[in-house]
Design a protein around this ligand. Structure first.
Ligand code: 2M8
Length: 439
């Protein structure tokens, strides 16, 4: 399946709904590909990084020049004026102006782990790490500065698409506060590629998504301007938690490539600041971490998978970990007896924003199962991790590699043949097993 989605050095997120290269999809795809071919896995990240912006930002989409016309909206033409920014990479505009959660350093580090375990491709991987280290450092520096001028340790986003969990109830109150101005006429091309529009965001949400793109374009993606003008400005705890672990991975990479001591001191400071920031966002009543609407100066109270941010970042005390595990296994998440399998729904069925077939508002996402599994492993919760992996793999045995799954029926929804779903399946299959055959 990944071979079918291979566009010659990079992988489209899915065959028809997402015919381009998405930033965090590519990082997860790298994690799976590493088991088949460490060189190809490295290439996945390198192609993405070819389009890194001058300020360090990794764009959320790199557009595929060969994608059929009218296949995805908003496409490169729509982003052209934004990428006219002085920070955009040189050459014709081929990227969006947004970002996505920073899984990339984790993926780069993972390649080294796989190469080491297999005793193969180690020299090539070290060379690759030498090449990507400064790029990853620039990316993390951008996140720690332009996206966190307050020094809070938390990443600011200007658009729900930047969170990767687009229509999650995480953002509902903040989106409701956005007043939509004049937007160009547009056609929802996404709806052509799925059986039921109820599985995708609503028109109300899309109007806001498109208006925010207009605002960002108008600011020419200038962070200082957006801090002043964007009607949507939020601290994202999931991206911030991923950044903590990405910085841990980068610290190891810094060691491998012999980076200067000052770099390591700086990365350590980012890690500490990130964990402290998450600590501030802890909600003891819900036993979850909450996002923050900077514009409104309010917490965003939805109970979603992002609330497990401290588990992902390994932030907080043993007691906090115990609370998080309890909440994870409670009725609000995997303990709900009506679930087809005890896998965490993207939004808690007990949350008012829950909707079981609607994208990030309830379905189970294999890629999120992977993230929680990996975090449980990292927190030495081996039995829990193994259980989660077993159920998550069983869900994928339908062979459809769905983008997301209805939590009560287990039905595959959204796009089939979603690359990151196949990639996490590969990583699970390789975990503790014999090496997989090479491509
Ligand atoms: C979804 O997002 C795109 C916009 O970026 C869309 O709906 O058109 C999200 O699930 C996002 O997290 C993911 O990276 C992307 C491609 O799989 O699709």
């Amino acid at each position: 399946m990944l071979r079918e989605n291979d566009m010659g050095g990079w992988t489209r997120a899915s065959p028809t709904l997402y015919p381009h290269q998405w930033s965090w999809d590519s990082a997860f795809i790298t994690i799976g590909l590493a088991h088949l071919d460490t060189g190809r896995a490295a290439g996945e990240l390198l192609t993405l990084l070819e389009h890194q912006w001058k300020n360090g930002k990794i764009p959320h989409i790199v557009f595929n020049p060969d994608a059929p016309p009218e296949s995805y909206f908003p496409g490169p033409e729509h982003w052209a004026s934004a990428t006219d920014s002085p920070d955009a990479p040189p050459g014709p505009s081929v990227t969006s102006g947004l970002l996505q959660p920073p899984v990339h350093a984790i993926a780069a580090h993972h390649i080294l782990g796989v190469a080491g375990a297999r005793g193969e491709g180690i020299a090539g991987t070290r060379e690759f790490l030498g090449e990507v280290y400064p790029k990853l450092l620039a990316w993390h520096r951008y996140l720690a500065t332009a996206r966190d001028p307050e020094g809070s340790g938390l990443v600011t986003i200007y658009h729900p698409w930047e969170s990767g969990t687009d229509n999650s109830p995480r953002w509902t109150p903040a989106l409701e506060r956005v007043e939509v101005g004049e937007i160009p006429d547009y056609e929802r091309l996404d709806l052509d590629h799925i059986p039921d529009p109820a599985e995708r965001p609503t028109g109300y949400e899309y109007d806001r998504f498109i208006w925010l793109v207009e605002v960002i374009k108008h600011a020419r993606c200038d962070d200082a301007v957006l801090y002043r003008t964007s009607p949507f400005l939020a601290k994202d705890v999931l991206a911030s938690a991923i950044l903590v672990q990405a910085n841990e991975a980068l610290l190891d990479v810094a060691e491998v490539v012999g980076a200067p001591g000052e770099d390591r001191t700086m990365i350590r400071a980012w890690i500490e600041r990130g964990r402290r920031g998450l600590d501030e966002r802890w909600d003891p009543g819900l036993g979850l971490c909450l996002d923050y609407d900077v514009r409104a100066g309010e917490s965003l109270p939805a109970r979603t998978i992002a609330g497990f941010a401290p588990l992902i970042a390994q932030a907080g005390s043993e007691n906090r970990l115990k609370t998080l595990l309890k909440v994870l296994e409670s009725h609000a998440f995997t303990g709900n007896p009506d679930l087809r399998r005890p896998l965490p729904p993207s939004t808690s069925p007990d949350d008012v924003g829950f909707s079981p077939r609607n994208y990030w508002r309830g379905p189970v996402w294999p890629v999120m199962n992977w993230l929680l599994w990996w975090s449980l492993e990292g927190s030495r919760q081996r039995k829990r991790a193994a259980r989660l992996k077993g159920h998550a793999l069983a869900q994928l045995s339908d062979g459809r590699f769905g983008e997301y799954y209805e939590p009560f029926t287990g039905e595959a929804l959204g796009s089939d043949d979603q690359s990151w779903t196949a990639a996490v399946a590969l990583d699970w299959l390789a975990d503790g097993e014999q090496p997989l055959p090479t491509l």
